[in-house]
Design a protein around this ligand. Structure first.
Ligand SMILES: Nc1nc2c(c(=O)[nH]1)N[C@H]1C(S)=C(S)[C@@H](COP(=O)(O)OP(=O)(O)OC[C@H]3O[C@@H](n4cnc5c(=O)[nH]c(N)nc54)[C@H](O)[C@@H]3O)O[C@H]1N2
Ligand SMILES: Nc1nc2c(c(=O)[nH]1)N[C@H]1C(S)=C(S)[C@@H](COP(=O)(O)OP(=O)(O)OC[C@H]3O[C@@H](n4cnc5c(=O)[nH]c(N)nc54)[C@H](O)[C@@H]3O)O[C@H]1N2
Ligand code: SF4
Ligand SMILES: [Mo]
Length: 671
């Protein structure tokens, strides 16, 4: 059989959105490589995706619709046809709508695939149905809110500009795991003499590729930024011309807020020494082009949006926003590249329906009334593993009166609780349109291989459901490619001058950035708004995170070998991770009488989770780290990390607070 090389895109929730070259033989993907023609991928992939074919052709892929035969959660099912599955779902939904109204039905989806068509395929359907709406704020809305409060709609710089910087700060981001291609630019900056810092709550893997790691107390970054700004003024390292021309509210910040953050207090709040703080301020103030790459970790706290807002003010003081290769990169906002309203079709909603926050799915399933949630339709997400307060989520999913449908590639923790499981195609089997939150690349993907078994894409599943529910609108009868063609026929300034032929051939092209992004800030005042009169607190300040009563702050950080709960089907990657570990400082382990490698239980008022203990000086005292989200079948106990995280939300934008939890730790057995 001849070998064909097809282009595709990595579908996962990762800022890099890599271009792929897929080697196909006889309808099977046999090898997957990074596309050398992709401007950001540059021919290399991360360790997770290097063998994507093993995920795509995994023997664990779901290939038939399934009907539950055993108790919820036990994973006992029998195969049924698509016709029967759709018939059962639509019959049940018609009954529920008649009895309780469509708001008793709730969709739950997130970012199993980032492709715009497949990711959002359910929106038009559920708007038309009149279902409850899901507030999709599990990831980083607080980070966006923090940026927006100061910079409005100002676009982030091109990520490769970092190569021109002389001081790169990786702030709350384990880039080697979560943004590996960004490090290409960081490395070139470093070769030219730039210093690279990591500011984190523990020495994550990225600390091995930087010059200096600063360990801060969880949730204290806002205080750090205020302290640095205070020191910059004292050291006379601010750019007065830039502040006078482009910034609103510097004087107010200087007079009213910064005096509250003398270096001693900031040292106390952050855990950084006075010397370290002074040295940071001097280096930052003297750098010609300081570039901050801000992760989302520090935004997942009760004070997360304010912390981000405060950090985003820092570059304004030294005029960094006015220079190429300097400033702050949170994420690219490419929302205007395509007419999203043509994908989402909010206009299908006849009246505004109830909103359920996805971080509070646990409470929603157990407590919502008028009407209670009677049916849950999950696609492109694994809430039993990824949502906070796992005990509440599992309790809700176990309700016998809840009719749950899960459209999935694998038998995940959530799928085990389904009444009906529908098999999903992988990204290599479906058409889509991709943009990225870490680059300005866009790409169109066509299927590289046929669907495995009877699996169907999200788009196809919703087409079938729309028909069964009697939706007449022609929108639901088009194919994914029809919709992509329609979107491409609508012009956007970001796509102006784009090379159509290259794009249609499946290669990545880059969107264009406004030329005046460094002098014209897209805020109501046209200036960088350190003072934002529309915010409940017009000036940034520091307030503590939620915290808790237990002795250790729990960092639920990303794993190098997985992406949220995706890739857990892969035993090769799981083996490299060496189990579901809890990392702890040697002094803490000694105090607790705990030994390397032994099973331990982390616990708080929400739950208990078993881990294997890893003792390491990379973690400071008072902090424990659990990297990755494991499937329950691979966990040492009966729960995974999110049994320890709460449903509390961020200060702004209703985001998740995964990092803002405390735990205690004890030996697993009392012998
Ligand atoms: N390999 C891998 N890649 C991924 C993911 C994954 O799970 N694994 N997840 C994907 C997704 S959905 C997202 S949103 C992104 C996530 O990427 P980001 O959220 O942008 O950042 P992360 O790289 O997850 O790193 C978060 C870091 O923040 C640190 N941190 C926690 N609290 C604080 C704090 O108070 N202050 C400071 N300074 N640091 C703190 C953590 O220790 C951790 O190292 O990555 C994506 N890519
Ligand atoms: N403890 C802790 N919990 C966290 C985080 C953390 O840092 N710590 N991070 C949070 C963050 S930032 C995020 S974004 C969320 C992510 O939460 P999710 O978006 O739920 O992410 P995944 O765990 O990757 O689950 C995605 C599922 O979609 C399926 N899938 C993939 N492609 C398709 C498709 O085309 N169709 C269908 N129907 N299914 C598909 C995959 O098989 C996978 O099971 O997790 C959050 N949870
Ligand atoms: S770095 Fe991110 S986008 Fe690139 S292959 Fe890995 S997961 Fe996919
Ligand atoms: Mo995320």
């Amino acid at each position: 059989m001849p070998l064909k090389i097809k282009r595709s895109v990595c579908p996962y929730d990762c800022p890099d959105a890599c271009g792929l070259l897929v080697e196909v033989v006889d309808g099977r993907a046999v090898k997957v490589r990074g596309d050398p023609d992709h401007p950001f991928t540059r021919g290399t992939l991360c360790p997770k995706m290097n063998r994507y074919q093993e995920t795509v052709h995994s023997p664990l892929r779901l290939t038939h619709p399934l009907l539950r035969t055993g108790k919820k959660g036990t994973g006992q099912f029998q195969p049924i046809s698509w016709e029967e599955a759709i018939e059962r779902i639509s019959t049940r939904w018609h009954e529920i709508i008649k009895r309780s109204g469509a708001e008793a039905i709730l969709p739950y989806s997130y970012a199993g695939t980032m492709g715009l068509i497949q990711r959002n395929a359910g929106h038009p359907f559920f708007y038309k149905l009149g279902a409850s709406r899901l507030e999709r704020t599990i990831c980083s809305p607080a980070k966006e809110a923090g940026w927006k409060a100061v910079m409005g709609d100002t676009p982030a710089p091109h990520p490769d500009e970092v190569a021109e910087s002389d001081l790169v700060i990786l702030w709350g981001i384990n880039a080697i795991a979560t943004n590996i291609h960004f490090l290409h630019g960081v490395k070139s900056a470093r070769r030219k003499g730039a210093a690279v810092w990591l500011i984190d709550t523990y020495k994550n893997l990225t600390s091995t590729v930087v010059d200096q790691t600063y360990i801060v107390r969880p949730g204290s970054d806002g205080a750090l930024a205020l302290g640095l700004m205070h020191l910059l003024i004292q050291l006379n390292l601010i750019d007065i011309d830039f502040l006078n021309t482009h910034v609103q509210g510097f004087e107010e910040l200087k007079e009213k807020i910064l005096p509250q953050y003398p270096v001693q207090r900031v040292s106390h709040l952050t855990g950084l020494s006075i010397e370290a703080l002074q040295s940071m301020a001097k280096s930052y103030g003297r750098a010609k082009k300081p570039f901050i790459r801000l992760g989302s970790g520090l935004s997942r706290y009760g004070n997360g949006a304010m912390a981000v807002r405060t950090i985003v003010c820092l570059p304004a003081l030294v005029g960094a926003y006015g220079k190429r290769g300097a400033g702050c990169f949170t994420s690219t906002n490419t929302g205007e590249a395509f007419a999203m309203k043509e994908i989402l079709r909010e206009d299908f909603m006849e009246k505004k329906t109830r909103i359920v926050n996805m971080n509070q799915i646990g409470s929603a399933l157990n407590e919502l009334k008028d009407p209670p949630i009677e049916s849950l339709y999950v696609y492109s997400s694994n809430p039993a593993a990824v949502a906070p307060d796992q005990n509440q989520v599992l309790k809700g999913l176990a309700r016998e009166d809840l009719f749950t449908v899960v459209h999935e590639r694998f038998m995940t923790d959530t799928a085990r609780y389904a009444d009906i499981v529908l098999p999903a195609t992988s990204s290599l089997e479906q058409s889509d349109l991709y943009r990225s939150y870490g680059t300005y690349c866009i790409q169109r993907a066509k299927p590289a291989i046929p669907p495995l078994g009877e699996s169907k894409s999200n788009w196809e599943a919703f087409s079938l459901l729309a028909k069964a529910m009697g939706f007449e609108d022609p929108f639901f009868r088009q194919s994914a490619d029809d919709l992509i063609d329609h979107l491409l026929s609508i012009p956007s300034p970001m796509r102006e001058g784009m090379d159509q032929k290259t794009f249609q051939s499946g290669k990545a092209v880059e969107l264009s950035l406004p030329k005046d992004a460094r002098t014209k800030f897209k805020t109501p005042s046209g200036k960088i708004e350190i003072l934002n009169p529309k915010e409940p607190h017009p000036l940034p300040h520091y307030f503590p995170p939620y915290g808790g009563n237990e002795p250790f702050y729990l960092m639920t950080a990303p794993s190098f070998y997985a992406l949220n709960s995706s890739f857990r089907e892969r035993s090769d990657l799981r083996k490299k991770e060496r189990g579901m570990l809890l990392k702890m400082n040697p002094a803490d382990a000694e105090k607790k009488g705990l030994n390397e490698g032994e099973p331990v239980i982390a616990f708080n008022s929400l739950g208990e989770v078993s881990f294997l203990l890893r003792i390491t000086p990379d973690v400071p005292q008072g902090v424990v780290v659990a990297e990755g989200i494991w499937w329950l079948e691979h966990a040492p106990g009966t729960r995974s990390v999110n049994a320890l995280t709460s449903q509390r939300l961020t200060d702004r934008a209703q985001g998740s607070t995964f990092y803002d939890n405390t735990v205690d730790v004890r030996k697993a057995s009392k012998c």
